[in-house]
Write a protein that binds this ligand. Structure first.
Ligand code: SAM
Ligand code: 2KA
Ligand code: SF4
Ligand code: MG
Length: 207
């Protein structure tokens, strides 16, 4: 596990909600090394997910130990409204039923951010799928589909038949961030099934 930290969910349908972020190391679509970015399936990643050296990171012997570390990262007293977001890297390489059960035992609602190439285990309360051009989408249902926009070979229209409650367009961050934000804004204006997801944590300078 790369890092464990408390912040506000910055993106998508749970934006603004206090959450513990549990960022797993490793991804199946990029090694995480800059030297490999150009040949990776996913080339626009904004995240360092290599290793276990981040704040609160480390290796955990079992699901219960990690669930207890997640609970200890939740600052508020009481067990009400506890919320954890599993991300990465690709969290579905590591998130399994024993961990889901152990985190539920700690009274957390569980959200996951996934690239959709791995079928999700049952028990996730809020599943966000963010498809990546050039990969095979296996997980075609969940609560939100959050498409990073634009991706040259993707037409957002093609995703609307999938079984999601919400459809979000998130401007691709990087050198063309401004242009991409304008394009995503225009797309949402013209296609009202889609909502605009801004990465609000970057706007306000929190993790
Ligand atoms: C770092 S990924 C980790 C979870 C999972 N591997 C995935 O791709 O969904 C978390 C979220 O950030 C989004 N993301 C990554 N790089 C981005 C970028 N450059 N601009 C906008 N969103 C980005 C992903 O699409 C995903 O929704
Ligand atoms: N605040 C905040 N919200 C987020 N939502 C998804 C994130 C991610 O990297 O998966 C993320 C993140 O890194 N920070
Ligand atoms: S799939 Fe997710 S974690 Fe992996 S490289 Fe792409 S954005 Fe980053
Ligand atoms: Mg992020």
């Amino acid at each position: 596990m790369k890092e464990l930290f408390h912040t506000l969910q910055g993106e998508g349908g749970q934006t603004g909600r206090a959450a513990v972020f549990c960022r797993f190391a490793g991804c199946n679509l990029w090694t995480g090394r800059e030297a490999d970015r150009e040949k990776a399936t996913c080339q626009f990643c904004d995240t360092d997910f290599i290793g276990t050296d981040g704040p609160g990171g480390g290796r955990f012997d079992n699901a219960k130990a990690l669930a207890e570390a997640i609970a200890a990262t939740w600052p508020a007293p009481g067990r009400d409204r506890r919320f954890v977001v599993f991300t990465g890297g690709e969290p579905l390489l590591q998130l399994d039923t024993p961990l889901i059960d152990a985190v539920h035992e700690q009274d957390f609602t569980i959200a996951v951010e996934s690239n959709g190439t791995i079928a999700a285990p049952s028990g996730i309360d809020w599943l966000c799928i963010s498809p990546k051009a050039g990969s095979t989408l296996l997980q075609k249902s969940g609560q939100e589909l959050k498409l990073v926009y634009p991706q040259t070979t993707f037409d957002p229209q093609d995703f609307l038949a999938l079984d999601f409650e919400q459809f979000w367009l998130q401007p691709m961050d990087g050198p063309d961030q401004k242009t991409n934000t304008d394009a995503a804004t225009q797309y949402c204006l013209e296609h009202p099934r889609w909502r605009l997801s801004l990465q609000t944590h970057k706007l306000i300078g929190i993790p």
